[in-house]
Design a protein around this ligand. Structure first.
Ligand code: C2E
Ligand code: CA
Ligand code: CA
Length: 621
C-alpha cells in the first residue's frame, strides 16, 4: 500500500499493554517510514496524547489499540471520538486476541463507527499485513477528509449563493433596517388593493407616520443610535398591526400603514393608540433617555373621492401629517379636503388685495421685541416684527399674511418695506440711543430679490445709519433649501457691515453641517425647544447640543419663547447667550429708554419688577 510522505508524518498512537509488543510494532512502522509514533500504556495515556493535540487534531493519523488495554473500554473510547468535532475522523485499528477463524481484518468492533477496524492479533504478528491495514486506514481517512472538505465547500458556496439570492430578493421588496416593505413594493401592493372593486375598500385608510424630531436625535447620537430608535418604534407599531395590514418604511423616518376593515372611529382609535404608545416609550442610549413622539396623518378611502393611484392616498395622508406637525406634533390629524385646497385658495384670494392695500395705505406697522443678554440683562438688540391693521383697531399677526405673500409674489415688497422702515426707525432715534440695533426678518425667498441688496445699501447711505446696527434673520429651513443662493446673499450683505442670524434653528431638523457653511453671527434656537424645556428632558438635551455646536463654531446663541424665570435659569446653566420672549419683553410699538432689563428672579415679584421699571420712548413709526 503506497502511503504518501505527508501521511507518514502523522502521529500514530500505539496503545498496548505489552510493552515489548508495542515497541516491536513501533519499530516495524518506523522502518517503513512512519516517523511519528507515540506509545500509550493505558486508556488515560491515549486521552493525554489526544488532549495535547486538541487544537490541531489533523496531526493525529490513527490509533492502534489493544482490545484489552487497561483502563480503557475501547467501544466507549470510539464513541467519545465519534462525538468529538476534531477527532471524529481519526481511525482506530483494534487489536483483538480473538481466536476466530477467517480474515485477520474484521470490521465491526464498534458497529457505529466506520472508521474503526479490528485486526486480529496472531502470533507471530504478520507485520506486512498490519502495514497494509495502517496504510489503508490512513489513505481512507485522507480521502474522506478531502471529500468532506470539498462537500463542505460546495455546501457553503451553495448556501451562500442561496442566502445572497434570498437576500437580494428580500432587499428588493423590503427595507433592510426594519424589515418593513419598501416604498416601491408598498405602492405596488396598494395599487392592487385600490384596483380591487370591492366595497369593503371603503373601510380602509392610510396612516402616514412621521417620527417627531428624529433627525435631530440622529444628528446628535449618530446613525447607529438613530437606527436603533427606528427599529424600536417599528416594533411598537408592528405589535398593534395584523398580518393583513401593509406596513412600509417610505422615508428615513416616515412610515405608511394601510389598514383595512376598520370603521373611521376604529382607525382614529388605532392611530391614537400607537401615538400614545410611542409617546410613553423611553429610548435609552448610554446615560441618556430620550422621549419621542409621532405625528400621524390619516387619509381614508371614501365613496365620494375616488383614489386611482396609491400616491394620491399617500400624498393626502402626508399633508394631514404635516398639519399634525404644524399643530404641535404628537398628534393625529385626519385628512379633510376643506383643510387644504379650498381653504388655501380662498385664503390667497382673500388676502392678496388686503396686502396690496396695506402696502399702499400704510396699514402695516412694526413692533419691537428685546433680545436680552442672559448674564446681565443688557438689551443686545430688538427684533422687528410686522403687524397689519385691520378694520381700524384690530391687529393681524404675520402668520396670516406672510405665507400668502410668499406664494403670491408680494413678499419682496413687504421685505423691502420692513427694511426701509426699520432703518428709518434707527435714524429717527435720539443720539442717546445710537447703540440700539435691530434684527430684521427676511423671507424665505429674499435671495430671489435682486433689488434687496441695492435697497439696503442705498437706505444705509442716505440715512447715515451704521450697518452694524442691522442684523438680518433668515430661517434655517429656507437657508438650507436654497443653500448656495442664500450663502451668496449673506456674503454680499455682510460686506456692507450687517450681521446675520439663523432663525428657527432646529425646527427644520437640518444638518448641523450647514451651520459651518453659513457666515452667521447668531443662532436662534427655535421656540418649540425652549417653551416647555423645564418639563422636557429631551428639549434640554437638544438645546444643549445645539448650543455646544454653535459655540464651537463661534456663534452666539439666542433662545426664543422664553416665558418663565425657570427657563432663564436653565438657559444660563446651559450657556445660552441671549433670550427673547414674553417674560423678557413682549413685542411693542416702541422701545425702552433703558438698555438693561433686570432679569426676573424665581419669584412672582419678577414680572412686576420688569413691568414697573421702565418709561417708554415713543418713536414715530
Ligand atoms: P419669528 O421670527 O420666529 O418671530 C418670533 C415670533 O414669536 C413672533 O411672532 C413673536 O411675537 C413670537 N414670540 C415672541 N416671544 C414669544 C414668547 O415668549 N412666546 C410665544 N409663544 N411667542 C413669542 P410673530 O410676530 O407673529 O411672527 C411670526 C413669524 O412671522 C416670525 O417668526 C417671522 O418668521 C415672521 N415675520 C414676522 N415679522 C416679519 C417681517 O417683518 N418680515 C418677514 N419676512 N417675516 C416676518
Ligand atoms: Ca425671527
Ligand atoms: Ca424664530
Amino acid at each position: 500500500m503506497v502511503v504518501s510522505g505527508k501521511l507518514k508524518e502523522k502521529i500514530i498512537i500505539i496503545a498496548e499493554n505489552d510493552k515489548s509488543l508495542a515497541n516491536e510494532i513501533s519499530l516495524h512502522l518506523n522502518e517503513h517510514g512512519f516517523s511519528n509514533i507515540r506509545l500509550a500504556e493505558n486508556g488515560s495515556q491515549i486521552y493525554e496524547i489526544l488532549r495535547s493535540y486538541y487544537t490541531e487534531p489533523e496531526k493525529i493519523g490513527l490509533i492502534i489499540v489493544n482490545d484489552a488495554l487497561s483502563q480503557c473500554d475501547v467501544r466507549e473510547m470510539c464513541m467519545t471520538l465519534s462525538n468529538d468535532d476534531g477527532f471524529s475522523v481519526v481511525p482506530c485499528i483494534v487489536l483483538c486476541s480473538d481466536k476466530q477463524n477467517g480474515s485477520n481484518v474484521c470490521s465491526g468492533v464498534c458497529e457505529h463507527r466506520e472508521k474503526c477496524l479490528s485486526y486480529k492479533l496472531t502470533s507471530p504478528v504478520d507485520y506486512s499485513e498490519l502495514l497494509i491495514v495502517v496504510g489503508f486506514q490512513l489513505n481512507m481517512t485522507h480521502e474522506r477528509l478531502l471529500r468532506h472538505k470539498q462537500e463542505e465547500r460546495l455546501i457553503n458556496e451553495l448556501a451562500e449563493r442561496k442566502v445572497v439570492d434570498a437576500k437580494l430578493k428580500y432587499i428588493v421588496v423590503h427595507d433592510e433596517l426594519t424589515n418593513l416593505l419598501n416604498r416601491q413594493n408598498f405602492e405596488r401592493q396598494l395599487r392592487l388593493i385600490l384596483n380591487r372593486s370591492n366595497i369593503r375598500q371603503q373601510n380602509s385608510a392610510l396612516l402616514f407616520i412621521d417620527i417627531d424630531r428624529f433627525s435631530l436625535i440622529n444628528e446628535i447620537e449618530g446613525f447607529e443610535v438613530g437606527d436603533k430608535l427606528l427599529i424600536e418604534i417599528v416594533a411598537i407599531i408592528r405589535k398593534e398591526t395584523t398580518k393583513n395590514d401593509l406596513f412600509a418604511r417610505i422615508g428615513s423616518d416616515e412610515f405608511c400603514l394601510f389598514l383595512e376593515d376598520r370603521t373611521a372611529k376604529e382607525m382614529k382609535q388605532f392611530a391614537d393608540k400607537i401615538r400614545q404608545l410611542v409617546y410613553d416609550f423611553r429610548f435609552f442610549t448610554g446615560d441618556v433617555c430620550y422621549s419621542t413622539s409621532l405625528s400621524i396623518g390619516i387619509s381614508r378611502l371614501s365613496a365620494i373621492t375616488a383614489v386611482y393611484h396609491p400616491n394620491e392616498l399617500i400624498s393626502r395622508a402626508r399633508q394631514a401629517c404635516i398639519l399634525a406637525k404644524e399643530n404641535g406634533r404628537n398628534m393625529v390629524w385626519e385628512y379633510n379636503e376643506k383643510d387644504f385646497s379650498v381653504q388655501e385658495r380662498h385664503r390667497d384670494i382673500y388676502w392678496v388685495p388686503l396686502i396690496r392695500k396695506a402696502l399702499l395705505e400704510k396699514d402695516f406697522f412694526l413692533v419691537f421685541q428685546p433680545v436680552v443678554d442672559l448674564l446681565d440683562g443688557r438689551i443686545s438688540h430688538y427684533e422687528v416684527l410686522i403687524r397689519m391693521r385691520w378694520l381700524g383697531n384690530e391687529v393681524i399677526t404675520p402668520d396670516k399674511f406672510i405665507p400668502v405673500a410668499e406664494r403670491m409674489g408680494l413678499i419682496h415688497s413687504i421685505d423691502q418695506w420692513v427694511v426701509e422702515k426699520s432703518i428709518d426707525f434707527l435714524a429717527d432715534l435720539p443720539g442717546s440711543m445710537s447703540d440700539v440695533s435691530l434684527a430684521i426678518n427676511l423671507s424665505s425667498v429674499a435671495f430671489q430679490d435682486r433689488t434687496l441688496l441695492p435697497t439696503i445699501k442705498e437706505k444705509l447711505e442716505l440715512s447715515w445709519v451704521d450697518a452694524k446696527r442691522i442684523i438680518f434673520e433668515i430661517t434655517e429651513t429656507s437657508a438650507v433649501e436654497n443653500f448656495e443662493h442664500t450663502r451668496e446673499m449673506i456674503t454680499k450683505i455682510r460686506t456692507l457691515g450687517c450681521k446675520f442670524a439663523l432663525d428657527d434653528f432646529g425646527a427644520g431638523f437640518c444638518s448641523f453641517n450647514y451651520l459651518k457653511s453659513f457666515p452667521v453671527d447668531f443662532v436662534k434656537i427655535d421656540g418649540q425647544f425652549i417653551q416647555n424645556m423645564i418639563n422636557d428632558e429631551t428639549d434640554q438635551i437638544l438645546v444643549k447640543s445645539m448650543v455646544e455646536i454653535a459655540t464651537k463654531l463661534g456663534k452666539k446663541t439666542i433662545a426664543e419663547f422664553v416665558e418663565g424665570p425657570e427657563t432663564i435659569e436653565k438657559l444660563r446653566e446651559i450657556g445660552v447667550n441671549f433670550g427673547q420672549g414674553y417674560i423678557l419683553g413682549k413685542p411693542k410699538k416702541n422701545i425702552l429708554s433703558s438698555n438693561i432689563i433686570p432679569l426676573p428672579m424665581l419669584s412672582d415679584e419678577a414680572d412686576k419688577q420688569i413691568q414697573g421699571h421702565f418709561h417708554q420712548v415713543i418713536v414715530k413709526n
